[in-house]
Design a protein around this ligand. Sequence first.
Ligand SMILES: Nc1ncnc2c1ncn2[C@@H]1O[C@H](COP(=O)(O)OP(=O)(O)OP(=O)(O)O)[C@@H](O)[C@H]1O
Length: 450
Amino acid sequence: MPAKTKGESLVRLLNVGKAYRQPNGQVISIMENINLELRTGEIVALLGPSGSGKSTLMRIITGLVAPTSGQVLYREQPMQGLNPGAAIVFQSSALYPWLTVLENVELGLKALGEGPRSRRRKALRMIDIIGLDGFENAYPKELSGGMRQRVGFARALAVEPELLCMDEPFSALDVLTAENLRFELLDLWLEHKIPTQSILIVTHHIEEAVILADRIIVLGSNPGRVRADFPVTLPHYRDRKTPEFQATVDRIYKILTNPHVDELEELEPRPTTVASSQEPRYPLLPHVRIGSIAGLLELLEHRKEDLYRIAQELQLELDDILPIVEAAQMMELVELKEGDISVTPIGNAFIQGDIDQRKLIIRQQLLKHIRLVQQIHTFLMAKQNHRIPESLVLDILERHFTPQEAERQLNTAIDWGRYAELFGYDEPSKEIFLEVSEPEEPLSLETTAV
Ligand SMILES: Nc1ncnc2c1ncn2[C@@H]1O[C@H](COP(=O)(O)OP(=O)(O)OP(=O)(O)O)[C@@H](O)[C@H]1O
């Protein structure tokens, strides 16, 4: 296999943006001004919170989705339609159940117009390389999840793509199978057993990114943008226990847990004028229950610790813990500094409080910090019967979010409001109604905080 070239431009995105028109005519921008380059000789990992546009960006790079603005260059030429050099591996291998392993692997080659003899030869070779020797005539249902994903890899690699794109390729596999397959792929890459010139992997798994990638790109959401783009220069094969590995993992955690600070700006906060002009009107609420926030706070009591260690200790993935942390941060119940998370005095008062005090604290924090809750509360106070149809709020939200996301945002706000006994939801009439009528004393932190 010829050695890989290094540093040639393979794909270049110039000010790429993507927007979707909703059924109500509203246009929602999901990513803006993305500038990035994929070069030969590198594995690039794309990280970011759910909904930041990782999969969409990968689809734009492979040509499966067209950008709304900007340009995509493949080998410095404007790309039209599908990227001729790219192949994609999805989270689930999406094999045809009525075809054998060999026939599934041959599919991509057939689509390229390869003759029967040549495609059989190439498919058999890739089956051998990918460790499926002896399973050529098996059907997908006879294979384990790991073996099926191998077939997905063989199918993508059989067409000898210059760029191998992988959308969370290991996330549906058990921990051990995923680890084996990750290292086998790395072997194939490092030993030049596959002709691939560059690999792009979308992942939620920070350690996976640090194990594999030569470069890590972190996307931010609402709308999606590049928040960090930096090289990982540790030699392969990387040992998770080394301080250098841990430092890289910590660095990514810090970026992901500081959604308003971009590493592109060297972790300096944006100037306030810029930040306030760019601040979304309704910041995206993470979809978590107050019970999960309570659980996190109780766990953090008397601790000031690195969020990454806490996640590790709890065996939680990034996407499990970050939304809870983000919600607690929005309500000023925890604070994050340099990746260390600690409970604020208000958070402490919550931990020590009984159920009524807890509800009161959440009520105060929601009305102080959560715009959507403030807005609903204001509407309810303004109406004489203290009831509003949910469609009133949805119509406003749909100017900023997709209909599905608008509904999720409203559900989260109602869920939080209901916990705080601020408002409730009447299912038959689809109305939100005001819960609390009598005025109340604000909770004094001096008397409750410890
Ligand atoms: N065809 C579409 N029409 C409307 N909105 C879409 C469409 N495809 C994606 N979106 C929206 O674009 C945003 C980004 O989606 P995308 O799947 O690219 O994000 P992601 O970072 O890969 O998320 P995840 O990690 O959850 O897979 C989401 O808000 C999603 O709802």
